[in-house]
Each structure stands twice: as C-alpha cells, then as structure tokens.
Design a protein around this ligand. Structure first.
Ligand SMILES: [Ca+2]
Ligand SMILES: [Ca+2]
Ligand SMILES: [Ca+2]
Length: 192
C-alpha cells in the first residue's frame, strides 16, 4: 500500500472500488451474497484511499465484514404432499417415509425439529430426522388411509419459524380374512 492510511481525515478521500459496496449504516444482506459467502457469513469489501497531496497517492485494502444471521428463512419442504404405502400387517416401528426440510439460515436458526399434528396415534415422527414410523398395528379393513400433517420448526429465538406438509399414507391389503358363510349354521330338513 503506497498511501499513509493513518493520515488525518481531511487529507484523504475514500471510495469503495468493489461491486459489493458496504458502508457504515448500510445493511448487508447475508443471504444475498452468494452461496459461498452465505456459508461463511463474510462479505469482502475492497476500499481505496486517496491522499489530497500532489501528486495524489492511492492505496487499496481489504475489509472482511462478518454478517450476523437473523432468522429470516422458513424451513421448506420439497413437496406440498408426500405419499406412502404400508401393508396392513406391518409390525410396530416400520419405516413409512423420511421427510426433511431445509432452512437457508445458519446455526440454530437452521436447526429443524419435526412433529406430527392431527392426532393419528398410529404414527410417530423422529423430531430430529423427520423419519415417520408406525407406532401401532394397522388394519386396512378398519381404516384404509391416513393424512398426516408434519410441522417443521427452526430453532430461531425469540421467534421460531414453521412450515408444514401433508403425508397421505395408504394401507395396502393383506389376505388376512378367510371366506365366511353369511349364515351359519345352515339348517336343512327333508322328508323321507
Ligand atoms: Ca438469515
Ligand atoms: Ca430459519
Ligand atoms: Ca385384509
């Protein structure tokens, strides 16, 4: 750097020379800085300094700005509805479907927990992974379809953000009912 950047302020002028301008008082959008910057949480700004002397001397330095995350992204699912099929003789604990969502924020603002709503006690979900399993025996002859609502919430504080998706579970038939006579026993008499 060829200029004395510690010289008194009136003898120098400053200007941003990068296309990414950040100045005091100006907001820096953390999620608008490209994927690499978003992960790192950094903006790199190049700034030039120009002396007022004659001849004018210039120098350029790099300022690394750490961009703090705020919880401004909702967890998002890939689909509005998921479909799964399970045989009616599936034992308790059978895997049904793995649903997961993504969150563009960082740290706890992107840590997602899952829960089921709607009161279908035949199914449970792992709050950390989004894996849905059966938690009771099923019977297609009693109920053929279940609609589960999965809610994903991030760890934002003081306000967590949530979104939801639906899972339609179809119970497939198994041949677990033998044929039955409608009237039993049948009575028959004859005259000899
Ligand atoms: Ca954010
Ligand atoms: Ca978030
Ligand atoms: Ca059956």
């Amino acid at each position: 750097m060829s200029a004395n950047i510690n010289a008194k302020k009136p003898t120098h002028s400053y200007s941003n020379v990068s296309s990414r301008k950040v100045s005091p008082g100006q907001g820096c959008d953390r999620t608008d800085s490209g994927k690499a910057m978003r992960k790192a949480g950094f903006c790199h700004c190049f700034r030039s300094i120009c002396s007022a002397g004659s001849p004018a001397l210039t120098g350029t330095g790099t300022i690394a700005v750490t961009v703090d995350d705020v919880n401004d992204n909702v967890p998002t699912f890939a689909f509005n509805m998921y479909f799964a099929t399970v045989p009616e003789d599936a034992p308790t604990g059978t895997d049904i479907l793995l649903v997961n969502s993504s969150d563009a924020d960082a740290s706890t603002n992107a840590v997602i927990s899952y829960r089921l709503t709607g009161g279908n006690s035949q199914f449970t979900i792992n709050p950390s992974t989004g894996q849905i399993i059966t938690s009771a025996l099923l019977d297609r002859e009693a109920r053929e379809n279940y609609t589960l609502v999965v809610v994903a919430s991030d760890g934002g504080f003081p306000k967590a953000l949530s979104s939801s998706t639906s899972v339609l579970v179809s119970v497939a038939d198994v041949n677990d009912n033998p044929p039955k006579f409608q009237h039993h026993p049948y009575a028959h008499s004859c005259l000899l």
